[in-house]
Design a protein around this ligand. Sequence first.
Ligand SMILES: [Ca+2]
Ligand SMILES: [Ca+2]
Ligand SMILES: [Ca+2]
Length: 591
Amino acid sequence: MIMRRYQILTLALFLCLGAVAPRSLVSARKHRLDPAAYAPGEVIIKLKEGAPALSSPDQASRIAHVQTLANEYHQLVSDRAPEALFSSVASGKVAGIIAGRGLDRIFVLKFDPGADLDSIIGKLKSRGDVEYAELNYRIKPAILLPNDVDFSSQWSLLNEGQVVGDFAGTPNADIKAYAAWDTTTGSSNVIVAVSDTGVDISHPDLANNIYTNPGEIPGNGIDDDMNGFVDDVHGYNVAEGSANVSDIVGHGTLMAGLIGAEINNGIGIAGISQSKILPVRFYRKTGKDPGDFEATVADAARSLLYAIQAGASIINASWRTFLTPDEVPEEFALALKEAVSATNDAGVLLVCIAGNEGFNLDYSKIYPAAYHFPNQIVVGASDYNDEMWHPAYTFEITSGFGKNTVDLAAPGVGILSTAARGNCGLCKTSNDPTDWYERADGTSVSAALVSGVAALVKSNYPNDNAILLKHRILAGVDVLNSLNDRLTGERLLITGGRLNAYGALHASITISQPALSAIKYKGGGEKLYLYGAGFEKGATAVVGTAGYPARPKGEKFLARVPKSAFPSGVSVNIKLRNPDGGETQPIAFTR
Ligand SMILES: [Ca+2]
Ligand SMILES: [Ca+2]
Ligand SMILES: [Ca+2]
């Protein structure tokens, strides 16, 4: 007995140290990055507004200018020209957001892989025309641990206490999907982007629920709908600029099945919402081996922008930056942060993972989870007993957590989903369709379940913006003591709860009700003034479908909005959105 108590105390001390230590390590180690954490020879720069390199109107000469700029510091390798973060000229809401955030001023410079990037970045930062310069960090999908345990049902959707692996589950430790489906099984008008390693779009349990771009003719080499992407019929491959969204790892196909595998088709599994899956692949293959693939922050940022452009309401982002928390520099991955802020501007829900390393995200920052934009929802993994995902017989936790950072938990252990077919890490080579499924563990899985529930909620409340969807999901959770720290009883999650699909559909939420009485636009200064009542700090001016940060200026709020958001003679709806998701009625405005 005494021995046992001693062990528990030791563990408790260890856990405390684990929670506190990373802060000091951040400053001590910030310059000793693992070379695997960033793309060799690549630097992301954002130029300041009015930088001479931007003066040329066409993209090719801008790129040439940027190359000249880079050449001042290092001889570029000739076959690796700089790339604009967004090479194509997008239209509609993305154009407004890109201009508003200055995302069109971001470029990826390509130096010799052996170049001293620290020194180059230092010099670039000291220039008057450079807003920031940083490494192009790598991204990884949350490691999935394929789980061969054979059990017959999808316990996460309905848990009747069945045996899961070596353990009996707890009845009702599930997300109440069956109850939710009495209300809705999801609308095909809702698009969920799977920002990932690709999706096997011909999988028989997915094919009918894959998004089809109505304006694009496949395979003719023409951008028929003029959205800036050639032949993007079923999503897009932003890493390679092609229509090939096939899954090179198998991760994205698992996510797609959890969100939207076809229900009642007599095969396989039931996805949560019968909505449309938009594959956005941002990983590229780097060799023939199934493990040869990679992606960077620039690729991930492009995937988020493509998803907005294509009209997604929800983006499943089951990936994180490659760094370990003790390597996180203070000003880290600003280009990714700006792309995430663009998803917030666009009012798209971004579902993020808490990671599979047991980090306390309040201290150990992984991204995009730790950015804290209002449209982000951060998900940890729970098990079939409604405890945080943990190894058997220990007090450790495998799931990321954080009572100020991680919103909720969702099932993430032994979850069955669709497997991609072919030669890739998690792919199936069998010809038997009943084999085209796989069990997996991880916060990736948990995030996908939240994305599926978000799609159900959006189907039921089509006018909800991302923040309201998030409110409903968080208000609907089952708050459970079993999710708290098993030693101290302390909360590990913001809500202290596990996802509940039925709860999300039926929760009542209270939001602010701001009122817009007038607007004024001064095109010369790109200033939009909003007058009214009930505006709150952190509000967004929504122009058409694009959002721009609005700040208090005396009694009114001011947003900087480019003239391009107001095409001359065209009526545009303007409203204000508070950080809690409450929106004013729109005012129609014609410049
Ligand atoms: Ca197109
Ligand atoms: Ca085409
Ligand atoms: Ca099915």
